[in-house]
Design a protein around this ligand. Structure first.
Ligand code: GLV
Length: 321
């Protein structure tokens, strides 16, 4: 019986989904450490990995029987896809099923930072709130303002659809025009520089690649309005965190809401200390339904590859030729 290693306990019965196809080895709770994972994949035919697992040359070399890596995330910057392809290992990911959850959460963060929800919560809990005051916790207006979306894929477009309900003008920066979808949303494609200069809220929805690492750097932050807000539910390294801390301190931008960080789980102390920042623990897809569907997709991919079928959401079809 082939062996499928699942690096974490998932909110879906992977073993039941793979009954008769593979013996599933997964921790009863929590997730495997790097050392545990490297040991576990030694005789694995399939791996269900998390975005925090580095699926690199070292891991692939430690897993000579591996045929498929099903990455339980839409982002796959943690996987060396080229190295997997060179070894004939199929790589899949989990788009679509987390789009709404992540777009909803982007809006939760956007509104939280604009209207200072976390500061308000802390004030009420502190017992020091002395009652309503006209100048208390004034925030930024959102309705009717301009939203700049960087990366106009599934999640970026879902965030834009929600923005229509707030009567926002929508700008997007993307390597490709979005065609009919953009027209339906009245979204205008502009250069990144134009977007940074015009948007009241800049929201990141691009994958992390060599081209997007530190896309939001000192220069980009200086180009934003001093009243603008930055929201990042994409990948932490798309933003230069040290530059962001400086920009917030200098008043170059008004605030930031961050779900992702450059060196998770570490967070730059300047962000932790800043009242202008709302922080979340990489929870964009964290709904019961989305996380279960992501795991179900991964089990399906493992089942398909081990049964000689082409899986959905295959990132490297060349690996199966
Ligand atoms: C979450 O960050 C994902 O890529 O699924």
């Amino acid at each position: 019986m082939p062996v499928a290693v699942c690096s974490a306990a998932l909110p879906f019965d992977v073993a039941a989904a793979l009954r008769g196809v593979a013996e599933v080895r997964a921790p009863a709770a929590g997730r495997m450490s790097r050392a545990e994972l490297l040991a576990a994949v030694r005789d694995a035919d399939a791996l269900i990995s998390l975005l925090v697992d580095r699926v690199d040359e070292e891991l692939l070399a430690a897993a000579p029987r591996l045929r498929v890596v099903a990455n339980c995330a839409v982002g796959y910057d943690n996987v060396d896809v080229a190295a997997a392809t060179a070894r004939g290992v199929a790589v899949t990911h989990t788009p679509d099923v987390l789009t709404d959850a992540t777009a909803d959460f982007t809006w939760a963060l956007l509104l939280a930072v604009a209207r200072r929800v976390v500061e308000g919560d802390a004030l009420v809990r502190s017992g020091t709130w002395a009652g309503w005051e006209p100048g208390q916790l004034l925030g930024a207006p959102i309705a009717g303002r301009t939203l700049g979306i960087v990366g106009f894929g599934r999640i970026g477009r879902a965030v834009a659809r929600r923005a229509r309900g707030f009567d926002m003008a929508i700008l997007y920066a993307s390597p490709r025009p979005a065609g009919a979808d953009a027209a339906a949303l009245a979204a205008r494609r502009v250069s990144l520089d134009e977007l940074l200069a015009e948007a009241d809220v800049v929201s990141l929805h691009c994958p992390l690649t060599d081209a997007t690492r530190h896309l939001i750097d000192r220069r980009a932050l200086a180009a934003m309005k001093s009243t603008a807000l930055l929201v990042n539910t994409a990948r932490g390294a798309c933003v230069d965190e040290a530059a962001l801390v400086d920009a917030l301190e200098a008043g170059d931008i008004a605030g930031a809401a961050l779900d992702v960080f450059e060196r998770e789980p570490d967070v730059h102390p300047g962000l932790v200390a800043s009242p202008k920042v709302v922080l979340a623990p990489h929870a964009g897809s964290a709904t019961t339904a989305a996380r279960a569907e992501m795991a179900r997709l991964c089990a399906g991919a493992v089942r398909d590859v081990l049964s000689g079928r082409r899986p959905a959401h295959l990132l490297n079809p060349e690996a199966l030729r």
